[in-house]
Design a protein around this ligand. Sequence first.
Ligand SMILES: [Zn+2]
Length: 238
Amino acid sequence: MIICPVCANKNELTISHIAVVEQSQRVLCLMCNCAFISPLPLERPVYDGKYNAEFCKPSERNKAIVMAQEIQLWLGYGYDGPPVLEVGPGNGWTLAEMAKLGIPCMGVETDPLWATQLSHENLITVHGCGFENLPDEKKYGIIYSSHVIEHLPSPIPYLEKAKMLLTEGGRIIIDTPDLDCPRRLTADWHHFQTRTPFEHLCVLSKQAIGVAAAITGLKLAYFRRAIQYESFLAVLVA
Ligand SMILES: [Zn+2]
């Protein structure tokens, strides 16, 4: 049986086929407007240093600067409260730029070797463990992730964990592909054409992130589409 990983819809009349992906299929949930893989493959892509090194292109440097500045705007100048946590910092450059702006910040990265390398190269703190394994006691002012949650089978456990780690008045900032961007949703959309077809397991839309927020007791406080990347930035609050 196919079950939507966002809204738990399992009515096959409201689940539409997009593409066959090896032994699985990519489908669209018409109830919450997300695209997901079902069933999940037994073998998942590996997100190690080799994967992340692909994102160390010069063009990424400017994106990191712009994002660090935006996070500073959300926090306010001179912020010295609970740190910003970046989940899956990739090349580490956004963290490095935030540190330059004097923003207290740290990262969490699943591959411990890559986490160590990022820490040394960028003089930043990156914990080498899964996000889900971070201790719940430590709180963060902003939990930011860019192009991370679409790699998870469902955004719900991520949002539950992030909500737990958020300080009072904190924000969850999510940058992820936007299912509403392609004019026609087909198998060859570039956010479906990844290194392995099982990288983007659950792609969201404005509606889907709103549903995911409501399920986890969060509110969608801000939404902005980035047409050039076919992605969106959403800010969720408790
Ligand atoms: Zn759904």
